[in-house]
Write a protein that binds this ligand. Structure first.
Ligand code: FES
Length: 325
């Protein structure tokens, strides 16, 4: 993949957890255009000095901007994840004038041009791709609603811009005001028969929406989603004794490392893309052992079969895992 050298133009604190970062090409040229829902991968430095990549959606809240044309700058927003591996903390340390490396925009979360409503459901920092979608739907004169949920208004980003953009089509749900999380069942029941849902937020929100949609018999294609979490170790995670049946290689996957990262660190070349358990690219056949599924790709039946695993996020319930690699 080509990379782009960019310079940080400005870093603004939007709230105690979220910073907005404006980037321009280091050589002053225009940056490639993008479609709503697109992201860029940013090369970050982890606390142990290793380089890694983090994915941030490109934000545009103004329908007058044609984002598909070459852009003078990109805007991203970064939530600091104190329990993460250090990428977001490094991003929060960026200063104006600093040069960093990104990959050109890529869109794994495309927005439709359907005539029925696009119902955008954002949880926390998951607002970033959906803000661009709201602006794109407005620009195209297509119906859109945005439901933006978070713990408190003080921890949400872009509220004034979204209010200007959407008016009554913006519904803000602050848990601390309502005393309860977003009522996903009521949200789905209020949708029209042809409305399409676009969901971006934490895993718990996505699971609730997918379960409510399935309970109502919605076809899976009506719910478009992007997870907005990077996988973090869960309490009780244990190392895995990993065996690759085809090559005969054996590794120990530490409790705080994904199977995918372990393979890459050992010079293997596994297929992957999203690294968040939602694209399906890293799907791998299981020959022995019990997967601990943490993805949003496999059906319940596939998970129950134990025959396949998404190695970017899932782990093992058994101490040993033999994969068809
Ligand atoms: S890389 Fe996308 S599901 Fe694993």
């Amino acid at each position: 993949m080509d990379t782009l050298a960019v310079e940080v133009v400005a870093v603004d604190t939007l709230n105690p957890l979220i910073r907005r970062c404006t980037l321009r090409a280091a050589d002053g040229a225009a940056l490639p255009g993008f479609t709503a829902g697109a992201h860029v991968r940013v090369q970050v430095t982890l606390p142990d000095g290793r380089s890694d990549w983090r994915h941030y959606s490109l934000v545009c809240t103004t329908p007058a901007t044609d984002t598909t044309a070459p852009q003078p700058h990109y805007t991203i927003a970064v939530r600091r994840e104190d329990a993460g591996r250090g990428g977001s903390r490094w991003m929060h340390g960026l200063q104006a004038g600093q040069r960093i490396t990104i990959e050109p925009p890529k869109n794994d979360f495309p927005l439709g041009t359907h005539a029925a409503h696009a119902v955008l459901v954002a949880g926390g920092i998951g607002i970033t791709p959906l803000a661009s979608m709201a602006a794109a739907r407005r620009a195209a004169g297509l119906p859109v609603r945005l439901v933006y949920a978070g713990r408190s208004r003080g921890l949400m980003a872009f509220l004034p811009e979204l209010q200007d953009l959407l008016g009554d089509a913006l519904q803000v749900h602050a848990d601390e005001e309502r005393g309860a999380p977003l009522d996903v069942a009521a949200l789905l029941d209020a949708c029209g028969a042809d409305d399409q849902l676009y969901v971006c937020g934490p895993r718990v929100m996505l699971d609730a929406v997918l379960a409510a949609a399935a309970a109502r018999g919605w076809p899976r294609e009506r719910v478009h989603f992007e997870l907005f979490t990077t996988p973090v170790a869960a309490a009780g995670d244990q190392p895995i004794e990993l065996v690759l049946a085809q090559s005969g290689q054996q590794f120990t996957v530490p409790a705080d490392q994904s199977i995918l990262d372990c393979l890459i660190a050992h010079g293997c070349d596994p297929l992957f893309d999203c690294q968040r358990g939602e694209c399906g690219v890293c799907s791998t056949a299981v020959i022995e052992g019990t997967p601990d599924h943490r993805d949003a790709v496999l059906s319940d039946a596939e998970k129950a079969s134990g025959k396949v695993i998404q190695i970017c996020v899932s782990r093992a319930r058994s101490a040993r895992l033999v994969l068809d690699l």
